[in-house]
Design a protein around this ligand. Structure first.
Ligand SMILES: NC(=O)C1=CN([C@@H]2O[C@H](COP(=O)(O)OP(=O)(O)OC[C@H]3O[C@@H](n4cnc5c(N)ncnc54)[C@H](O)[C@@H]3O)[C@@H](O)[C@H]2O)[C@@H](O)CC1
Ligand SMILES: [K+]
Length: 525
């Protein structure tokens, strides 16, 4: 499913109206009707009392449609007008005129306290205060009302997006409604799916409000929920080289975990042949944990990191590889950092840089990436993304998708921006949002497991961009399977690695309905 920005959704609304003559009243009716469907299913309508908080824009207009439907189906709708109804235009005005003639209570309030007592008498709250038109931080009576809604402990249904969440970022503009269900219109907006917005929305439902598919599936929409292609079948006649031959250049004195998790995860996720080039003195420690790996002990710097003088041998080996992974635990040693850059210049096979490997390629050195002929994959977390782009974390957070899109295109790299709902940016400007995974995976070494998993997907034969998306998905699935067994609190990188075979099996044989529901977005009429 595609994901839309606020502007793209405005453009779709405009196109629906102008190109197809689907007038605004129809769109708003569809929106309200779908929302009412969820309300009827979750709460019921007949004999139930609802508080419907409406702002002064079209989101409020949607709320008025819901109020009409509730009334029509035998429920009690009490509309609380926060905005000025004189400001309603178009379809919202039409709906306000209708509800004004119905025996529906409309209370216009200037202070939150005026409705404090109402919450006790209602069965559920409809949040139609702000939608995609939210432009500044929420304050004054709006803030108080939102805090009151959250404190009331009644079921809350948000229309389009929880009021207070920004549609393009998922960030909270001062304060936000916390909903049990959100019905979003047309397509999910970025803010419905990025945290914290995603978590604040409860269960997300999408209705296409009768847009034709040519609009909501348009190629002009660059962002989508990541649904990676199926795993290629394993060749029954294959040998270890048929499932990927990957060189991992990783590790330093004191950093045994990262190289070990990266290379072992590659094996656990179905990869064939992992060669690990780690400092000679570190190799025996890793070998004790992973005798399945093939070791290429490296000459060391005085600090115990991989020395630059290994570059020719590593370049030679890289020629026969399907992929080179560089960076997990490689340290910030000056020589090792230079080695990363040298390998990025020299490796003419796909290169995946992670951790300290990314650091080596930031700042003035990004030019090396632009000049690479073979594909590059980078797997930064937010801090590393800040280093790559020269922006602050706050600046990225204010436009995560835009920054990712521009950077992937600029560096001609596939960039995995790690976090809850990891984003994958491709050089052709497309951005995918991954739905698997959980908070327990925010743990040391988790990124190294991801690196190995992506390499394995490539080794199994998926094209690079698909392999990256699949790797991100399988990594999250593995974490979800681990969490189901152990709970989210205690998951370690080792658990994520250990569950990779189960994740692969589940992916091949069918993911159970509980998890599948979490990974897909509910579409309603
Ligand atoms: N054709 C369309 O455009 C459709 C739009 N729909 C609804 O329309 C919504 C967008 O409508 P609008 O663009 O009118 O915007 P909203 O209804 O989201 O809100 C805009 C209103 O809130 C005010 N506002 C913004 N931030 C504020 C703040 N921090 N404090 C106080 N007031 C603030 C604005 O001045 C404006 O009056 C969507 O989210 C969706 O719910 C749906 O009806 C479907 C069709
Ligand atoms: K809302």
């Amino acid at each position: 499913m595609k994901i839309s920005s606020v502007n793209e959704m405005r453009e779709m609304d405009r196109a629906a109206i102008e190109q197809y003559g689907i007038i605004e009243e129809i769109l708003m009716e569809n929106a309200g009707l779908a929302a009412f469907g969820v309300i009827a299913e979750q709460i019921g309508a007949e004999g139930k009392a609802f508080l419907i908080f409406c702002g002064g824009g079209n989101n409020g207009g949607d709320g008025l449609v819901v109020a009409r439907k509730i009334h029509s189906d035998g429920g009690k709708a009490h509309i609380i007008m926060l905005g000025d109804p004189d400001g309603f235009r178009g379809a919202a005005r039409t709906n306000f005129n209708i509800v004004s003639r119905l025996p529906v209570t409309i209370t216009r309030i200037s202070a939150a306290d005026e409705v404090r007592g109402e919450f006790e008498r209602c069965d559920a709250v409809v949040d139609a205060i702000f939608g995609t038109g939210l432009v500044r931080d929420v304050g004054g009576k709006y803030r108080e009302i939102i805090e009151m809604i959250n404190a009331a402990r009644k079921p809350v249904i948000s229309l389009d997006i929880p009021s207070g969440v920004h549609g393009d970022t998922g960030n909270v503009m001062g304060v936000s409604v916390r909903a049990d269900h959100t019905i979003t219109f047309g397509l999910p907006k970025i803010g419905n799916l990025l945290y914290p917005g995603y978590a604040l929305g409860g269960t997300l439902h999408v209705t296409h409000i009768s847009f034709p598919p040519s609009l909501y599936r348009s190629d002009a929409l660059h962002m989508a929920v990541s649904v990676p292609p199926a795993l290629p079948p394993r060749n029954p006649d294959g040998h270890k080289g048929s499932f990927g031959d990957v060189l991992f250049i990783a590790g330093a004195a004191g950093y045994y975990g990262a190289p070990c998790f990266a290379a072992l995860s590659f094996m656990k996720a179905g990869g064939g042949y992992a060669r690990l080039a780690a400092p000679a003195s570190v190799t025996p420690f890793i070998a004790a944990k992973g005798s399945e790996l093939v070791f290429i002990p490296q000459k060391e710097t005085p600090s115990g990191s991989i020395a630059l003088e290994n570059r020719d041998v590593l370049t030679e080996i890289s020629r026969d590889m399907d992929m080179v992974v560089i960076g997990p635990g490689i340290s910030l040693d000056r020589e090792s950092q230079e080695l990363v850059r040298e390998m990025a210049r020299r490796a003419d096979v796909p290169l995946l840089a992670d951790g300290d490997g990314i650091t080596a390629l930031c700042g003035d050195h990004t030019e090396i990436l632009r000049q690479r002929k073979a594909p590059t994959v980078l797997t930064p977390h937010m801090g590393e993304m800040a280093r790559i782009t020269g922006l602050s974390v706050a600046e990225i957070s204010a436009d995560k998708v835009g920054v990712l899109r521009r950077t992937a295109a600029d560096l001609n790299a596939v960039i995995v921006l790690k976090g809850a709902h990891t984003l994958i940016g491709l050089p052709d400007q497309r951005v995918f949002l991954n739905m698997s995974g959980n908070s327990g995976m925010a743990t040391a070494g988790s990124g190294d497991v991801l690196t190995g998993t992506i390499a394995a997907m490539f080794g199994l034969g998926l094209p690079l961009a698909d392999a990256v998306r699949k790797g991100v998905f399988i990594h999250g699935l593995s974490g979800d399977l681990a969490a189901r067994e152990k709970g989210e609190d205690g998951i370690t990188a080792r658990d994520i690695t250990e569950f990779l075979p189960d994740a692969m099996k589940a992916d091949r044989e069918g993911i159970d309905s509980g998890l599948r529901a979490r990974y897909t977005i509910d579409v309603i009429a």
